[in-house]
Design a binder for this molecule. Structure first.
Ligand SMILES: Nc1ncnc2c1ncn2[C@@H]1O[C@H](COP(=O)(O)OP(=O)(O)OP(=O)(O)O)[C@@H](O)[C@H]1O
Length: 305
């Protein structure tokens, strides 16, 4: 679990983060959502220690990170995996060398152990057989997979992804989203993803933190986000025509369901309790032509006795 408390950051005279707090749970995909320039990436960098906040604190599983001793900060950093925007692979290294790189830098694994771990991670992200390929020879989606393999290779406890979907077609984006979610749950990782992609919100957002002008304006689950009455969040969500249509369909379905339930209400009630004499009388009057009489339908339970 990662906890942030009252994070502030100003660049020059521009206040970018204005007292952001929150709890990012373990085994969950936590999304930092917001429009361009609202401070998502700056917040992510504050959490991982790439930017020092002016004020506030970050705690990793109870261990204070901000302003703590260097060796403690380094110990926490070793548990952090990063998937950078654009994958940021080393172009001069093969796929396997890219994945092996953090193992060389951060662990004292033997060559054989590293090889086994690289094999495992590449297999886990669906890239078995791509070991010797160069980044220039693989697609954008494959590069993201290599980036994920590299991030998780040193057995990361925390995974940070900066817009993992950028530059991908919708289908590949969905696969990458699903892979991140699967890995998060499988290895019980605390994952934080920066995104402005509503598809990701709907598919994998266990918890969503909506940032607006440097403040956290809302947090909740993907089921709750469609029903929020925060204007700024609604403006953000429904700026997309597809989302507006989805909302409309959802509302129509809800209305239909309510109407259906409304019409079935008397029947449902008659199953739970015996119909009143008044009901029976009314139904009898409404079905005079039925040769078996109203009792065949409305009093079947009683008649069987
Ligand atoms: N090192 C820096 N120095 C000065 N200003 C910065 C620095 N880093 C970020 N900013 C400013 O902080 C603001 C927030 O930037 P940030 O990258 O966090 O936005 P974002 O929400 O991640 O946007 P996007 O979705 O477009 O990546 C921007 O106005 C940006 O110019």
């Amino acid at each position: 679990m990662i906890e942030i408390h009252n994070i502030h950051k100003t660049f020059g005279d521009k206040k970018v983060l204005d007292g952001v707090s929150g709890v990012f749970e373990t085994g969950k995909t936590n999304l930092l959502l917001g429009a361009s320039g609202t401070g998502k990436s700056v917040l992510l960098k504050c959490i991982v220690g790439l930017i020092k906040p002016d004020l506030g604190s970050v705690t990793f599983d109870g261990t204070y990170f901000t302003n703590n001793k260097l060796d403690i900060r380094q110990e926490i950093r070793r548990k952090i995996g990063m998937l950078f925007q654009g994958s940021a692979l080393f172009d001069s290294m093969t796929v396997e060398q890219n994945v092996e790189f953090p193992l060389k830098m951060l662990t004292d694994m033997s060559r054989e152990e590293r090889r086994e771990r690289v094999d495992f991670c590449l297999q886990r992200v669906g890239l078995e057989g791509a070991h010797k390929k160069m980044p220039s020879e693989i697609s954008g989606g494959m590069k993201k997979r290599v980036g994920i393999a590299r991030a998780i290779a040193p057995h990361c406890t925390y995974l940070f992804c900066d817009e993992p979907n950028s530059g991908l077609d919708p289908q590949t984006a969905l696969k990458i989203d699903e892979l991140i979610k699967e890995i998060t749950e499988e290895y019980n990782i605390t994952t934080i993803i920066v995104t402005h992609d509503m598809n990701s919100v709907i598919e994998i957002g266990d918890k969503i933190f909506f940032l607006y002008e440097g403040k956290k304006l809302w947090e909740g689950t993907r089921d709750e986000i469609m029903d929020t009455d925060i204007r700024e969040l609604n403006d953000f969500i429904f700026a997309n025509r597809l989302m507006r249509d989805a909302k409309k369909v959802e509302e129509e379905e809800r209305e239909e369901e309510e109407e259906r339930q409304h019409h079935h209400e008397p029947a449902a009630q008659s199953n739970e309790k015996a119909p009143s004499e008044e009901t029976i009388e009314t139904q009898a009057k409404s079905q005079p032509e039925n040769p078996e009489g109203p009792s065949a339908t409305t009093q079947s339970g009683n008649n069987k006795l």
